[in-house]
Design a protein around this ligand. Structure first.
Ligand code: MRU
Length: 350
């Protein structure tokens, strides 16, 4: 069982497990201001859509807790500035702005008439976001159970486990819950170039939880489907838009194409905090591009010739037509997604 938390509020500081150093070193870092929380998100000390949402919420909580503002209006203004800083950390995962909007809506409550009340409300909202995330992930796993055959060979991309969320995980959480319910699941973990979230983080989590697993290189999925046999693929999401198009870690689209060619079901697992109905289709999703060094180097070792041109897209968009179903905590959406996602989101608002 995992005994770690990706993020926690501890005695007035935001504590994060430094995911850059896993699996070889378990190092916790403490943050006391929004600027350094934003840098931690950008540098991927913490990563994964739900986890960065929680990090932003706690970034606001720590800003409020440590503010030297002497008037309510000044504290609100300081939080607005902090929200802008945090919002700019990474563009693709909607959970970031979703969490910030949620905390800022709470801060805007005119009933909060003192600095103390704003501080309390900000931290309460961050804690609620964190607690809801854990509950949502567990429910996603339970909702998915009937979809998982026994036994099942499952391809998983990136890391979507406890590390990528506040706890438990989405797609990897589904595999974990199926395993805990006694199903004979075998997780084939895409290594996930260039940051190796699959090889480093998902393998570490599966090892901790005793889930049978095998790391494969990203390009191996088609071969695995043709030779070994794959029952399903399950991936997470950074943003699911109104028509079901889904942004997720680079390589997800290729995996979906291979699954489609082989008739393998391709599931997306995501909490409703990752669903963004304000965007109609995937073409409008902003795709983060990250530094070339992530591609030119593995660790400290340069693998390309000097000055090699690099494109480092951090995410891609899988068109809805390649997605068998989208599994959330409030139910499972099937095509046509315009209708099914809208119906699920109506449940959340109710
Ligand atoms: O760049 P990362 O590591 O933050 O990307 C993570 C992913 O793409 C995950 O699949 C996604 O955020 C869902 S995590 C539950």
């Amino acid at each position: 069982m995992g005994t770690f938390r990706s993020i926690e509020w501890v005695n007035g500081v935001v504590r994060m497990l430094d995911q850059r150093q896993l699996p070889h070193k378990t190092v916790y870092l403490d943050y006391t201001d929004c600027q350094s929380v934003a840098t931690a998100i950008r540098d991927m000390v913490i990563r994964g859509a739900p986890a960065i949402g929680a990090a932003a919420a706690y970034g606001l909580a720590v800003t409020a807790a440590r503010s030297s503002a002497d008037a309510v209006a000044a504290l609100r203004a300081e939080l607005e500035t902090a929200a802008d800083v945090l919002r700019a950390a990474r563009p693709t995962a909607v959970n970031l702005s979703w969490a910030i909007d949620r905390v800022m809506a709470r801060v805007a409550d005119p009933g909060l008439a003192s600095i103390g009340a704003i501080r309390t409300a900000t931290l309460e909202e961050a804690d609620t976001i964190a607690a809801e995330d854990v509950a949502a992930n567990k429910q996603i796993g339970l909702n998915a159970l009937p979809l998982i055959p026994d036994p099942a060979n499952i391809i998983h991309h990136c890391n979507t486990g406890s590390l990528a969320t506040v706890d438990y995980g989405t797609a990897l959480g589904i595999i974990r819950i199926a395993h805990e319910h006694g199903k004979k699941v075998h997780a084939y973990l895409d290594e996930t170039r260039p940051r190796l979230q699959g090889a480093r983080l998902s393998a570490w989590e599966c090892q901790q939880q005793g889930i049978p697993h095998t790391v494969i290189v990203d390009g191996a999925s088609g071969h695995l489907m043709r030779t070994v046999g794959v029952d399903l693929c399950v991936v997470g999401a950074d943003r699911v838009v109104a028509n079901g198009d889904t942004a997720n870690k680079i390589g997800t689209y290729n995996l979906a194409l291979a699954a489609h060619a082989h008739g393998v079901p391709f599931y997306v697992a995501a909490p409703t905090s990752t669903i963004d109905l304000s965007i109609s289709n995937g073409a409008a999703i902003e795709i983060e591009e990250r530094p070339a060094r992530e591609v030119t180097h593995v660790g400290e070792t340069q693998i390309t010739p000097d000055d090699t041109p690099v494109a480092n897209f951090a995410f891609d968009v899988t068109p809805a037509r390649y997605i068998t179903a989208i599994i959330t905590e409030v139910g499972i959406a099937y095509p046509p997604y315009e209708e099914s996602l809208a119906a699920l989101m109506a449940k959340v608002k109710a």
